[in-house]
Design a protein around this ligand. Structure first.
Ligand code: ADP
Ligand code: MG
Length: 603
């Protein structure tokens, strides 16, 4: 008996659950686990203490009921939740059942107590995490879903709202109700390929269909998770419809800009921080970019001469911080073929071009202007020379008259040396000629314009030159058509033109030959006068320069004849053109507007 008693006691002491025996409300036994639970080191410390001392006050009322139940039913109670008080007054949570036992022959109650404090604490923290996740999902400003084989098994309220469904409706839907199946399948493929190379997040871009049938654009991420023991797709998505629409709007805006720029007849380049975003056709042409070659994405500095880089950079800062366009600034551009191009550039900042503040630059090719500036400077110089010459010429003319007179006087006084005097007289004539030409050059007489028939003017010049022609064995032919045009002109000036041109023709033919003058009025309202010679012609490199002052190939030439003729013809609203074939001859064509035509024989 004692042996079995001892074995029992030993067993009881080793039990992991607490065990306590209560007799008439007082503790008569407690096992080792119980003592630890209550924070008591010695069994004797609690023997005789009332059990109520260790029961939390809130549970005291319930405790006798449990005992009574046990006594009435004669059955062990089920485990019931209690809170006990340790010796140090800390609360521990337990589950407790009562069993009727005999102690010292009396009816006692044995309590089996299971400490669940730790378990409770764990449960509580689990709860907290659940709560945390739940509130996260419900408050996050992104749509969150979990899908299992095309069914929605979780959706957060934001997602439902995004689609215009209630959460309940959401759970009834399949993926095909929410997004296009093509896109889903495409995404599945991406996940498969991505997983194979070790990715665990997959960007998602798709179009969704809302409850009201409208389309929304979605962007987000998905990943594979285990949910309720099943492989599932977890996704977070955002409605980017607004962003997409804004992007579209910006693109439309940019297209509009480009359309306008395409239409503007000036080279234009749009750039963002020195990178070309757009260049119209004229700009490509000016930059010498072959069609089909890309400029977009290239640096503008590739096209700006290095000596202008620093100032261009400075200018760029200025442009981007101002609302006003810059004035035109001269720059040298470098084309891909290395050719340099003088341009001037004006730029302005444009806001919101594809969402950015960019720079629009208008380029003006200065080549033509530089050229015409040169011409202008030259003609300025010329008129200055002309005015100077006129002044000087006037001063020279009078002394020349005196010189000529005295030369003639001397020649009659010293008849033994006529040769010298004729040279002197010739040279004085020559000076007089040059001086006279200078004077015409300086002040073309716009006065004395009358309507005059052309034929007599021309014939008088021809008769003037006849002697010279005969001397060098040249036959002077003239050929008028049936019209007899009149020209609104200054007769003296026209005579001078014909004189200059026909003289040149004669001078070109020292070996003799034929000079032909033809006159014909054409439908265009002009009379065409052509002076045709059979001389050596004018070399090509010279022909464009003829008409420049003092350009002459003749030993005794002045190089002013054609220039003066040009001026006079221009003043008469006509044109003078020289064409020539080497070793065949030269044709000078003068066109003058016809004032009045006597249409003899033309009905
Ligand atoms: P100049 O006769 O005093 O030389 P012009 O102005 O009349 O000056 O002519 C300029 C130059 O043009 C001439 O020197 C000559 O070289 C060339 N030229 C003009 N007319 C002819 C022509 N009919 N045939 C060949 N050369 C010509
Ligand atoms: Mg001449």
């Amino acid at each position: 008996m004692r042996e079995s008693e001892e074995r029992y006691q030993h067993l009881v002491h080793m039990l992991p659950d607490g065990l306590i025996v209560v007799l008439e409300g007082d503790i008569v036994f407690a096992n080792h686990a119980m003592l630890t639970m209550l924070g008591i080191s010695n069994l004797d410390d609690i023997i005789g203490d009332p059990i109520n001392k260790f029961i939390h006050s809130e549970y005291l009322e319930r405790f006798p009921a449990m005992i009574n139940y046990l006594i009435i039913e004669a059955n062990p109670s089920t485990f019931t939740y209690y809170e006990l008080l340790r010796l140090d007054q800390q609360t521990i949570e337990v589950e407790m059942r009562a069993v009727a036992v005999k102690f010292d022959g009396k009816n006692a109650v044995q309590l089996i107590i299971h400490d669940i404090t730790k378990q409770k604490r764990m449960e509580a923290s689990l709860h907290e995490k659940d709560y945390l996740y739940k509130s996260l999902m419900e408050n996050v400003v992104a749509g969150v879903f979990v899908g299992q084989s095309n069914k929605i098994v979780y959706a957060n309220p934001y997602l439902a709202e995004m689609y215009g469904y209630t959460l309940e409706e959401m759970y009834e839907l399949t993926s095909s109700d929410l997004v296009s199946m093509d896109e889903i399948n495409h995404h599945r493929n991406e996940i498969m390929h991505g997983s194979a190379i070790g990715l665990n997040q997959f960007p998602l871009k798709c179009t969704g269909r809302k409850k009201d049938g409208s389309i929304i654009y979605l962007e987000g991420n998905t990943s594979i998770i285990m949910f309720n023991g099943q492989l599932s797709l977890l996704g977070t998505i955002q409605d980017v419809t607004f962003k997409r629409e804004k992007e579209n709007l910006l693109r439309d805006n940019a297209n509009l800009y480009q359309k306008i720029i395409k239409f503007v007849p000036e080279p234009i380049v749009i750039s963002d921080q020195g990178i070309v975003l757009y260049a119209n056709k004229l700009a490509l042409h000016a930059l010498g970019i072959e069609p089909g070659k890309e400029v977009i994405g290239r640096s503008v500095f590739e096209f700006i001469h290095p000596s202008h880089h620093a100032s261009s950079l400075e200018q760029m800062d200025l442009i981007m911080s101002s609302d006003e366009p810059t004035s035109f600034v001269e720059r040298v551009l470098v084309r891909p073929d290395g050719q340099l191009l003088d341009v001037e550039i004006s730029s302005i900042r444009i806001n919101n071009y594809l969402g950015k503040d960019v720079m629009l630059s208008v380029i003006r090719d200065l080549t033509d202007r530089k050229r015409s500036e040169e011409v202008l400077i030259r003609s300025e110089k010329l008129s200055a020379i002309g005015q100077l010459a006129a002044g000087v010429a006037h001063e020279i003319r009078n002394p020349l008259t005196a010189l000529k007179g005295f030369t003639q006087l001397l020649s009659s006084k010293y008849p033994e040396n006529p040769h010298y005097f004729s040279i002197m007289a010739n040279e004085i004539d020559r000076i007089t000629l040059i001086v006279n030409e200078f004077m015409t050059l300086a002040k073309p007489h716009f006065a004395n314009y009358r309507s005059e028939p052309l034929e007599p003017i021309l014939r008088s010049v021809l008769s003037l030159l006849e002697t010279q022609a005969i001397l060098i064995n040249v036959e002077l032919k003239v050929c008028f058509d049936h019209t007899r045009p009149s020209i609104f002109c200054n007769v003296d000036q026209l005579k001078q033109v014909f004189l200059n041109i026909i003289k040149n023709a004669l001078e070109a033919m020292p070996q003799g030959g034929e000079v032909v003058v033809t006159v014909a009025s054409l439908e265009d309202g002009f009379v065409h006068i052509r002076i045709i010679d059979g001389g050596p012609g004018i070399p090509e490199e010279l022909i464009s320069k003829i008409g420049e002052p003092f350009l002459t190939t003749k030993e005794k030439g002045t190089g002013l004849g054609i220039m003066i003729s040009n001026r006079i013809i221009e003043a008469h609203k006509g044109t003078l053109q020289i064409s020539s074939v080497m070793n065949e001859g030269t044709v000078v064509e003068i066109m003058l507007p016809v004032e009045d035509q006597l249409t003899i024989g033309l009905g």
